[in-house]
Design a protein. Structure first.
Lengths: 112, 294
């Protein structure tokens, strides 16, 4: 299992824990607990939340780094497509093809 | 001889048109794919923005609820830690958003090049070539292909020739960059799966808080707020933001499979229809999120 899979699985567990603790049922349990347990539960909930934020950031940052590494290719691709579009505006190749076709027709026309 | 020669010329033109007709069809697929890409990036920007907002709002709601149980130093420490983490979250989402704009520029360039309608300048230039040739061969001026004059035939020929040129350029681009683009779309899918998980959790947590408040209001002796019943419907419905996160990662995955099919020249009209449907779904959700935020 690679690092990103471990990140992802741990993050899913933290997500589920936080949602369970903040659900109406989880909240009712926390409210009904003794003052010291209640205090502990609030601290644990905040710890889970911060761990979730930190791990989520690490996961997104690792993907963002890979996206960044791919940026040069995207920019080069955009430039290449734009160059092809400019080339199209030069029309040389199109004109050559169209004029060849017309020349063929021109050779046949006098015989018709 | 004459009918045969006439048939030969007509056949040559028909073959040319058939070949270039295929090019036009492929060009249309390129165009639809690139427009789907543009739509994907535009809608996914809304999802990214929503993810940042949801992260901050959920954190604020949780801190506010926990505040009575924290002493002064704990409050300061918790808020400071959250602020640091949320700044990082917003920064990384911003990085993904900025990157998305580069991808959008790429799809827009592909879309411009694959636009089959953009052949007016080529048609005008081809007409110029015909006019010069017609001066050299006066018969050409009155020549006909079947019932159609050669002159009026030129725009019909030019469009598919332009299409062939464009398809060649697009195929070359695919040859050079297909691996990078497939990798990019896979990363987009991974990014939106992660964003989706966090956006879902944040949105559901806010909904949890609202539901708990609604239950507590109902259980208390105090009179219920006037809007209690109407708010209940909202908190029991799935928020648009939860659906949007699913739609974005699904759209990225679909875009990737469509891209692979496009590279392998096996993207058919049913695939395109399904791709457009996914992108429309994502756009609709993005619009409903924007509408809900106003």
């Amino acid at each position: 299992m690679d690092a990103s899979s471990i990140y992802s699985q741990t993050l899913s567990q933290l997500d589920a824990t936080e949602l369970s603790m903040t659900s109406p049922q989880g909240d009712a349990l926390i409210q009904a607990a003794s003052p010291s347990d209640h205090q502990k539960a609030v601290q644990v909930l905040l710890d889970v939340h911060q761990a979730r934020l930190a791990l989520g950031n690490a996961t997104l940052q690792s993907i963002a780094d890979k996206l960044k590494a791919n940026e040069q290719a995207i920019v080069a691709g955009t430039a290449a497509v734009k160059r092809a579009l400019s080339g199209l505006n030069d029309l040389t190749q199109i004109l050559n093809t169209v004029s060849s076709l017309i020349k063929v027709v021109a050779q046949i026309v006098p015989m018709v | 001889m004459r009918p045969c020669k006439r048939f030969g010329a007509a056949f040559a033109v028909a073959v040319l048109l058939a070949i270039t007709g295929c090019a036009t069809a492929r060009l249309n697929r390129f165009n639809t794919f690139s427009q789907a890409g543009v739509a994907y990036v535009a809608a996914s920007q809304t999802v990214i923005q929503n993810a940042g907002t949801a992260a901050v709002n959920t954190d604020s709601a949780l801190l506010l609820r926990s505040r009575p149980n924290l002493d002064q130093s704990q409050r300061t420490a918790r808020l400071t830690a959250s602020n640091t983490l949320l700044k990082q979250r917003l920064q990384v989402l911003q990085l993904i958003s900025v990157h998305g704009k580069l991808l959008q520029a790429y799809f827009e360039a592909l879309s411009s090049l694959s636009d089959a309608k953009a052949t007016n300048s080529a048609g005008t230039a081809a007409q110029g070539v015909y006019d010069s040739l017609a001066k050299m061969s006066p018969d050409l001026k009155n020549a006909k292909m079947g019932a159609t004059s050669v002159s009026s035939f030129i725009p019909t020929v030019t469009a598919p020739v332009v299409a062939t040129f464009k398809v060649h350029a697009l195929n070359e681009e695919l040859k050079v960059r297909s691996k990078d683009i497939a990798n990019e779309l896979a990363l987009q899918e991974a990014a939106f799966s992660a964003i989706e998980a966090e956006l879902k959790t944040d949105t559901q947590e806010q909904q949890n808080f609202s539901e708990t408040d609604s239950i507590n209001q109902f259980a208390a002796e105090k009179p219920l707020p006037a809007e209690w019943a109407s708010q209940r419907l909202t908190l029991l419905s799935t928020p648009a933001a939860v659906a949007s996160a699913d739609a974005a990662s699904k759209a990225a995955a679909h875009l990737r499979s469509a891209f692979t099919a496009l590279v392998e020249n096996r993207l058919d009209s049913a695939d395109l229809e399904s791709l457009i449907s996914d992108m429309s779904n994502l756009l609709t959700i993005a619009q409903s999120i924007e509408g809900a935020e106003k």
